[in-house]
Ligand binder design. Structure first.
Ligand code: 2M8
Length: 407
């Protein structure tokens, strides 16, 4: 599809703000962490220099603690809420105080395989290592990676968080004006109660001065998440390969891999027989079979029961993979992370399936993703039942995965 290839490249270059890429114009006017990693992979298909640059710009905003923030507010834009005035991290450029899924090392490996720029890889390597070390120091519970805010997982309003979010007191958040619903249909976005709680958790972190230890110990929301756990596990495997390329010792990384492999098994919900989110404060599972559950292969973990779940869910939707079980009580075909298909998650799931030899499922997911984009264009997400487009248009990560996989 030459025409769609051209459009995908035009979306990446059109969303380029000079060294960083916005997810889409209007709705998301800043640099987002994992979006940037996908943008970098997309650029690697036609402009390797720009691909490296995307990661370099991301890591230029790394905190001295090692954390790489979830948003970098390069140029303040009143079209997005909450902005730097709310986060108050007092940095230049301003950033948020939380992180996002660590896809960057996996992106760096992919870029390096296409462009053997050893010097640029060597400059990024210690930064990626420091970020992964930060996760190991501050975000593990029994070896599984925890999120301190739903925005960290990037699956903002997933039913995975409903139980833990119900315990967040948002009575003190006061008045505020959302901007997201001025850009897209409110029926496709989180609800007001969700935003109240997002802000309440944010205010807790802000009041600690963004102290990671205090947030882990006492934050109002702390959930062990399969998507973060699987993505970091995979990122560590890729980082260990890059250590080999650079002649660095990978012993520390191998230790994290073993710890995360054990941690992933603490997310096994024995009742439902799938990988699930676990509320660290209460010790309870979310009972949510979501797209995160299917990232086990991406992390190098094969699981027969998960394959059965995947076959079953693909048999119940026209377009896979739905972000939440279509027969689950909270399923909603259009509301963001509560049902819609996300091309970018499909890419991760299928990448893992193909590597594990599950070609039938990998091919189905790729074909569905391609069909959704051919039918609708490069939208943020899609209805898994009727194939309708949802969220923002001309979306960077949807264009990126088209160029490297779906197209
Ligand atoms: C969405 O999240 C942001 C907050 O981070 C938002 O809704 O305002 C999520 O889909 C997240 O995964 C993504 O990185 C971000 C930008 O595409 O948008």
């Amino acid at each position: 599809m030459r025409e769609l290839d051209d459009r995908a490249r035009a979306i990446l270059t059109g969303n380029d703000r000079g060294g960083y890429t916005v997810p889409t114009r209007g709705l998301y006017p800043y640099q987002w962490n994992w979006d940037s990693a996908f943008a970098a992979m997309g650029f690697s298909a036609f402009d390797p220099d720009r691909a490296w640059r995307e990661l370099e710009t991301l890591f230029a905003a790394q905190w001295e603690t090692g954390m790489v923030p979830h948003i970098i507010f390069h140029e303040v834009d009143p079209g997005y809420f909450p902005g730097p005035d709310v986060w108050q991290t007092h940095r230049q450029p301003p950033t948020t105080g939380i992180t996002q899924p660590p896809v960057a090392a996996t992106a760096a490996r992919r870029i390096y395989e296409r462009d053997h720029d050893r010097a640029r890889l060597a400059a990024l390597y210690p930064k990626m290592l420091a970020w992964h070390r930060w996760f190991a120091a501050h975000r593990l519970d029994r070896g599984a990676v925890c999120i301190a805010h739903p925005w960290e997982a990037g699956r903002d309003n997933a039913p995975d968080w409903d139980g833990a979010m119900a315990g967040v007191d948002s009575s003190g958040v006061g008045e505020y004006t959302r901007r997201d619903t001025a850009h897209v249909d409110a029926a496709m976005r989180p609800q007001k109660i969700d935003y109240d709680r997002y802000l309440s958790i944010l205010y807790f972190g802000r009041d600690t001065g963004w102290d990671a230890a205090e947030i882990a110990a006492n934050g109002p929301f702390f959930v062990a998440d399969p998507s973060m756990t699987f993505i970091l596990l995979r990122a560590n495997r890729d980082l260990a390969v890059l250590a080999g390329v650079l002649g660095e010792d990978s012993g520390e990384i191998e230790g994290w891999i073993a710890e995360l492999e054990a941690g992933a098994e603490t997310l096994w919900n024995a009742d439902g027989e799938y990988y699930d989110s676990r509320d660290v404060r209460t010790g309870t599972f979310a009972n949510s079979l979501s797209c995160a559950s299917y990232l086990c292969w991406y992390a190098g973990i094969d699981n027969r029961r998960m394959l059965e779940h995947l076959r079953s869910v693909l048999g119940r939707v026209r377009y896979g993979v739905p972000s939440y079980d279509p027969e689950g009580p909270e399923f909603n075909a259009l509301r963001y992370w509560r049902g819609p298909v996300w091309g970018v998650v499909n890419f991760l799931i299928a990448d893992g399936l193909a590597a594990a030899g599950h070609e039938v499922q990998a091919d189905r997911i790729r074909a569905d993703t391609r069909a959704l984009i051919e039918r609708n264009g490069f939208f943020e997400y899609f209805d898994p039942l009727e194939g309708r487009p949802a969220g923002g248009d001309n979306f960077t990560w949807t264009a990126a995965i088209w160029l490297i996989w779906a197209g």
